[in-house]
Design a protein around this ligand. Sequence first.
Ligand SMILES: C[S@@+](CC[C@H](N)C(=O)[O-])C[C@H]1O[C@@H](n2cnc3c(N)ncnc32)[C@H](O)[C@@H]1O
Length: 269
Amino acid sequence: MDPHVLPLLRCPRCATTGAFEAARGLVCGRCGLAVDGARGVYDLLDVAGRGEPAATTAEQRFMEGELVARVYERLWRPTFVRMLAGRGAGAAVGGFAGEMFIHKAALSLDDRAGPWLDLSCGPGLFTRAIAAGAPGALVVGLDISRAMLEVAAGRVRGYTNVVLVRADAHQLPFGDDTFEGLNNAGAIHAYDDAEQCFREIWRVLRPGGLYVGSTFAEAPTLGGRLAARVAGIRRYDPGELRAQLSRLGFAEYEDLRLGGAFVFRARKP
Ligand SMILES: C[S@@+](CC[C@H](N)C(=O)[O-])C[C@H]1O[C@@H](n2cnc3c(N)ncnc32)[C@H](O)[C@@H]1O
């Protein structure tokens, strides 16, 4: 485990930041809370005493299944992106390589020292790419799905700068003003209360920190619209997202439309 993560973590029980010590998992020096770190994932959700979260959409139930977690990167993600954003969206940027190029540039990965948070990292597609692009910086991958994180743990083994954490985007287990940049690909449509997640994103970003995400706008085909409805995927209007983020204090909102999807960036002043 990269020890640089210890000063950043906030204990979900006593809300103290920087009190965790590494000891077969983590132990909070303030309240004694022990956090399991077995299988390469620090489970800060389990210990919050809230039990297993109930998935509220069909999409999230899939995200918590082992099979989907295993086939997510190769099969599930490209199929859904094509269905919900249109064939042209992936082709326009050359598939994931192009998507990652946009995210890296939007995060200013080469110009900033980190640390970075890949929020709702799934099996770690972006986490690994960020870790490879910023080898000297700490990269935290966070997700609520244990299945996704277990797959991610197997895939980040070669990256010494990655730490995986299980937690809820509605209540991030980090101190205020922690991250230089936060990547949040394909996830805001899945949150029960996106506004609460945006407040948390704001809180954990440093002043000047960048928030980069992607989500779905209106699906270009009838099939895509139906799939989104069945899966419980909320679609965003970029103009509404801009207004929502600026109400919360974010500045310099920009977005790039890719078919029925878009990538956005905003800055905490
Ligand atoms: C469509 S996947 C995107 C994964 C990855 N970012 C990517 O683009 O490949 C959405 C992810 O959001 C996660 N997620 C959903 N609700 C969450 C929450 N409340 N807190 C943290 N992660 C959540 C899911 O478990 C899932 O892994």
